[in-house]
Design a protein around this ligand. Structure first.
Ligand SMILES: Nc1nc2c(c(=O)[nH]1)N[C@H]1C(S)=C(S)[C@@H](COP(=O)(O)OP(=O)(O)OC[C@H]3O[C@@H](n4cnc5c(=O)[nH]c(N)nc54)[C@H](O)[C@@H]3O)O[C@H]1N2
Ligand SMILES: Nc1nc2c(c(=O)[nH]1)N[C@H]1C(S)=C(S)[C@@H](COP(=O)(O)OP(=O)(O)OC[C@H]3O[C@@H](n4cnc5c(=O)[nH]c(N)nc54)[C@H](O)[C@@H]3O)O[C@H]1N2
Ligand code: SF4
Ligand SMILES: [Mo]
Length: 724
């Protein structure tokens, strides 16, 4: 067993330090255990980054490890139910199944979806390329296109690499504008920053300001200096008006270091010309005076940063909104400045070992949506399976994903998956998605693997590095995700070039840390080696964020390419939206809770206990208009379908807006997660619409979905668990 204690004595508690991999915050945890038994999970006070902070989810590392429903060995779906099979048999059958589809229908008839936990998995991140190359398919999808895709495109355009994403310097800013992010529930995203509650309080304590723009008065809004409701999916108008006001009030800093790097910056003066604060006030719901004051305070603060997250990414103007948020930081001279938006400098910089990204090289067969970096938008997935013709998907593998619950029009995808000729899932559980697989290949638990955060060190608000060895060694009967990838690659790609074969052999011999070691060698800190990291179980402090321009830019000319034409063209869609705007519509948005994590921590009793969190939040006025009382069953109907859900009447919501969290809907037949099934809830993605998208990026739009409400008889437990 690999632990950080040198000589454990039998029966004596041992201590192990590692990084929690459940969300982006990278909290250090201290795990007390007696041999194979976890005794406690606490925050690691000596972790220089998180300094003892953890959220309630950390204990789920134990719950997941011990979960009796978690699969440890491959299972095959048979007429008599799921049957356990050996690894060699499962891997042979999976490879044969994939090959048979590809021989019959062509390489691209077999597709792949990569889910979110991949990016939290060191072995997965460092070796997924081996699986993808061996699958030889262009039919690739991932959770990126229902999430941070706009961030990637903006960074690719402006800085020359999809992963060169600057983050808010929360530790030093005097003014933080948060548009569509709720870090107190999510613990931060594209901003790896443990203990955001304290960080936001610190901003206020040093006489700074935190301003939240959100259709819901969230947990973050509650502790902010001020909060403004905004009509969902109208942020693009607010951001345009802010840009306009920045110029109108004379705050554009065109003599800044950043401005000098952006040749097209002069064109931004006219970009938002027609969008005055007055012209957007009605639709957004924020008065012109407030918009002007926000701009003034943002620009006059000693330092400031504009940060937009899920609320502005995953809606109809996701890409243009993220662009405007970035442009606001640039024209006010806040990019690359202390307290502004800054580039992290991670010890292993994935920017060095990956391509810059590309948009729209190909388009999806049925819906004609652009690919990004070789991945088609998730909203295109079900059609690719259902619509007949050359190139139709006949086989599929999901890797650490649950798209039936996490992507729009989940019911349609559910049906599409059930019709595939062959499907495989790499997952811990029989989920709403993996229940359709012919074979499920389960990897080891997070406590059984080595970890270095390949992804989130790149988004960290302070530079750090930490390596955690596995707490428990995997047993003979189990496999790592990366081992599964390599085993499949061996079977599918026997004729791989010699260099690839050698790389695979090296990873097999030394583990994925072989790739990490190479990455660290090419990184910016010569002193940070794997050996050094192994000797520092709490992690190493590499200092605060610092100026990185122009070096951080990956364009050969070392300039920021603003791509004004590309973004300006999208203003036509904005004009159309304004002309057609209907403010009578009830709009649906999402919600996260600190004790939940997308679709997959609902089988931890400690996390789900208490009142159901899968409720329809709505304002008392909206409730009254529809004759809905608190706790009453409501039928919510979108263009796609209906769900029945209990109302939670609260003035947290803006009138005319309703909110349902995603990741629920475990009542589907065949799911094998007992605790989750007992708290099934309904899936909001049975309402979200796969045709409601950000056309510019192909990103899904799950925020701002028009719905109708109908009060039903009072709530019953049965009704709550049923999606009609
Ligand atoms: N309406 C609405 N929909 C949303 C969102 C929203 O805000 N609103 N948010 C979107 C966002 S941001 C995201 S990222 C997506 C997430 O979408 P997905 O990634 O598709 O879904 P998850 O719920 O994260 O499911 C992850 C699955 O991976 C399994 N798993 C966990 N760890 C591992 C591992 O290490 N290896 C393997 N092989 N499997 C593992 C879990 O058991 C689970 O079944 O959902 C999106 N969907
Ligand atoms: N506890 C917990 N933590 C998580 C996750 C989880 O499921 N649970 N998921 C993880 C993942 S995968 C991600 S990507 C991150 C996401 O991290 P965040 O983006 O911080 O998370 P959300 O809670 O989705 O915050 C989005 C906010 O946008 C608001 N919003 C919705 N529509 C609009 C709109 O049109 N305009 C504006 N201005 N705001 C809008 C919502 O009310 C919500 O408060 O969280 C991660 N952390
Ligand atoms: S915030 Fe919670 S889930 Fe996220 S890394 Fe920290 S302890 Fe883990
Ligand atoms: Mo996400």
């Amino acid at each position: 067993m690999a632990t950080t204690m040198a000589t454990p004595t039998l029966g004596e508690a041992q201590t192990h330090f590692r990084t929690c991999t459940l969300c982006e915050a990278m909290c250090g945890v201290e795990i007390k255990h007696d041999g194979e038994k976890v005794l406690s999970i606490k925050g690691d006070k000596n972790d220089p980054f998180s300094q003892g902070y953890i959220c309630p989810k950390a204990t789920a590392l134990q719950d997941l490890h011990e979960d009796p429903d978690r699969l440890r060995q491959p299972v095959e779906r048979t007429a008599d139910g799921w049957k356990t099979i050996s690894w060699p048999e499962a891997l042979d059958k999976v490879a044969a199944g994939i090959q048979s589809i590809q021989q019959k229908y062509g390489q691209n008839a077999f597709g792949v979806y990569l889910g979110n936990p991949n990016v939290h998995n060191m072995g997965g991140m460092l070796t997924i390329k081996q699986l993808l190359t061996s699958l030889k398919t262009r039919s690739r999808f991932s959770a990126t296109s229902i999430d941070q895709l706009p961030h990637h495109i903006v960074s690719m355009h402006l800085f020359g690499h999809m992963l060169r994403i600057p983050v808010p310097d929360v530790n030093h800013t005097q003014y933080m504008l948060i548009i569509g992010g709720n870090p107190l529930a999510s613990n931060g995203s594209i901003m790896t920053a443990p203990n955001m509650r304290q960080k936001l309080k610190d901003i206020k304590a040093r006489d700074g300001k935190v301003v939240v723009i959100d259709p819901r008065r969230t947990e973050t809004a509650d502790i902010a200096s001020e909060h403004h409701f905004i009509r969902p999916a109208t942020d693009v108008l607010l951001l345009l008006a802010m840009l306009n006001e920045i110029y109108a009030q004379g705050y554009a800093k065109l003599d800044s270091k950043v401005a000098a790097l952006a040749p097209e910056i002069d064109r931004l003066a006219l970009f938002a010309k027609e969008y005055t604060a007055e012209s957007v006030a009605d639709i957004t719901g924020i008065t012109a005076a407030e918009i002007k004051r926000i701009v003034k305070e943002f620009c006059e603060a000693e330092s400031s940063v504009c940060y937009g997250r899920m609320g502005i990414s995953v809606q109809e103007f996701g890409l243009l909104s993220q662009y405007l948020s970035m442009v606001i930081n640039i024209v006010t001279g806040r990019l690359d400045e202390v307290g502004g938006l800054m580039f992290p400098n991670p010890a292993m910089d994935v920017v060095n070992s990956s391509g810059p990204g590309y948009l729209g090289k190909r388009h999806s067969r049925v819906s004609n949506l652009p690919d990004f970096n070789g991945e088609y938008p998730v909203v295109a997935m079900a059609d690719e399976m259902l619509v007949e013709g050359e190139g139709q998907l006949k086989g599929f593998v999901t890797v650490a994903g649950n798209p039936v619950l996490s992507t729009p029009n989940g019911e349609k995808l559910d049906e599409a998956l059930s019709k595939l000729e062959f499907m495989v899932s790499l997952d811990y559980f029989v989920t709403e998605t993996s229940r359709h697989a012919n074979i499920i290949l389960p990897p080891v638990s997070p406590l059984e693997r080595d970890h270095y955060d390949v992804t989130f060190n790149g988004f960290a608000v302070h530079n750090v590095a930490k390596y955690s060895p596995a707490l428990f060694e995997r047993s003979e009967e189990t496999r790592h995700d990366w081992e599964i990838y390599l085993e499949l690659a061996d079977r599918l790609d026997k004729d791989a070039p010699e260099a690839t074969q050698k790389e695979r052999a090296a990873i097999k011999a030394f583990g994925p840390k072989f790739v990490l070691e190479q990455g660290l060698k090419y990184g910016p800190y010569k002193e940070v080696t794997l050996d050094v990291l192994m000797g520092n179980p709490h992690g190493i402090d590499l200092g605060p964020l610092h100026s990185m321009l122009p070096d951080a830019i990956k364009h050969a000319d070392k300039q920021i390419h603003l791509h004004v034409d590309f973004y300006q063209a999208d203003l036509a869609r904005v004009r159309e939206m304004v002309q057609q705007y209907n403010d009578d519509e009830i709009l649906l948005i999402g919600r996260r809770h600190v004790r939940s994590n997308n679709s997959w921590l609902h089988n931890s009793h400690r996390l789900v206990k208490g009142k159901s969190r899968c409720t329809l939040m709505l304002h008392p006025d909206t409730a009254a208009q529809h004759g809905i009382a608190d706790g009453q069953s409501v039928k919510v109907t979108s263009r796609i379908s209906s769900v029945i859900i209990a109302a939670e009447v609260t003035d947290e919501l803006m009138p005319g807006v309703v909110s349902i969290p995603h990741g629920f809907g475990h009542g589907r037949k065949g799911v094998k997660q007992k605790i989750a099934q007992a708290n099934a809830g309904v899936s909001v993605n049975d309402l979200t619409d796969d045709t409601l998208i950000d056309r510019l990026s192909g990103n899904a739009a799950v925020n701002g979905v028009p719905v109708r409400l109908e009060a039903l008889e009072s709530a019953t437990d049965d009704a709550l668990a049923t999606a009609s």
